[in-house]
Design a protein around this ligand. Structure first.
Ligand code: B12
Length: 252
């Protein structure tokens, strides 16, 4: 195709093309969720999803050495890494939404980690619920999104759109009998209950107050720690650890 024709050609793409671009921009995993699967989910505002039919879920994997160094509390390195990965996720969501908009769609990039309700600790929409519906992974006993390749060692972001993208299918839960996250949790907050789909509430999976208090009232006051971080359940999950996946599967 001549350069002139190429610039005049339609700028549309399919889900495959969008995923390829997103990976080129730095995404580790990309999936498309059919928003029908998220009917009944809480959002802020309540009509956030109206006018949209799909959500693009993007994950950036975390650095293994940073995560491996976490034993029973967050480290200053993890605090810095957390900020940088959030910035990359926000940029990815912006780039994907601009590409969708340029191709004729409506697209709303949501922030990676913006707290809207500081009392109930909620945001616009659960990125984990979207990632689950987009087939990126399953909801583990830690309540985190666990991916087959990187375990929970990923951070997530979401772009809502009405652009016609082929949706992905959810994955089955592979936690099995593993309770590594519950055993390691420094707050004793993980109940160790399994789910085949998703937990109906945070309380079903966690003693939520214990997790919140540990993170916000204790870890947030450690030197060089910013943001509500911990990282222990992220670090110990066998699915994210080198060689850990086989060990997790033996326990099933
Ligand atoms: C506020 C917040 C916190 C609060 C509250 C946590 C919580 N569990 O809600 C505090 C400060 C305690 C916290 C802690 C942590 N957080 Co936080 N947090 C958030 C934030 C900003 C909002 C979460 C929110 O609104 N929760 C509301 C509850 C109700 O939703 P939910 O638990 O996510 O999902 C529920 C529903 O969605 C439902 N569900 C799932 N699918 C479906 C489908 C349907 C149809 C329905 C009806 C419901 C449903 O199941 C869940 C149980 O109710 C998100 C970013 C985001 N926008 O998602 C990050 C986020 C959840 N946090 C994250 C992380 C990593 C952590 C920590 C490990 C800290 C750290 N960074 O080291 C811990 C882990 C705590 C834990 N085990 O849950 C990551 C998770 C990544 C992953 N791999 O899963 C996120 C997604 C940030 C990101 N951009 O990646 N966090």
């Amino acid at each position: 195709m001549s350069p002139v024709l190429r610039t005049l050609a339609p700028r549309g793409f399919d889900a495959f093309g969008l995923k390829r671009r997103a990976r080129h921009w730095g995404a580790s995993l990309v999936g498309v969720a059919d928003l029908e699967r998220l009917r009944g989910i809480e959002t802020e505002p309540a009509d956030l999803l109206s006018g949209f039919s799909r959500a693009v879920s993007l994950a950036v994997r975390l650095s293994d050495p940073v995560l491996d160094a976490i034993t029973d509390r967050p480290t200053p390195l993890y605090a810095q890494h957390y900020q940088k990965v959030n910035a990359l996720l926000d940029e990815l969501a912006l780039r994907v939404s601009l590409a969708l908009q340029r191709a004729g769609g409506r697209a709303l990039p949501l922030p990676a980690s913006q707290l809207l309700d500081a009392e109930n600790l909620t945001s616009y929409l659960s990125h984990k619920a979207v990632a689950l519906a987009a087939g990126l992974g399953w909801q583990g006993k830690s309540l985190l999104l666990v991916t087959p390749r990187f375990g929970p060692r990923v951070r997530l972001v979401t772009v809502l759109t009405d652009y016609d993208l082929a949706p992905d299918e959810p994955l089955p839960n592979h936690c099995g009998a593993c309770t590594a996250c519950a055993e390691a949790c420094p707050a004793g907050a993980i109940r160790g209950v399994n789910t085949t789909t998703h937990y109906a509430s945070r309380e079903e999976a966690l003693f939520f107050d214990r997790c919140r208090d540990k993170i916000l009232n204790e870890f947030a006051h450690l030197p060089h720690i910013t943001g509500g971080i911990c990282g222990v359940c992220v670090s110990v999950c066998p699915f994210g650890r080198k060689g850990g996946r086989k060990a997790a599967q033996k326990k099933r």
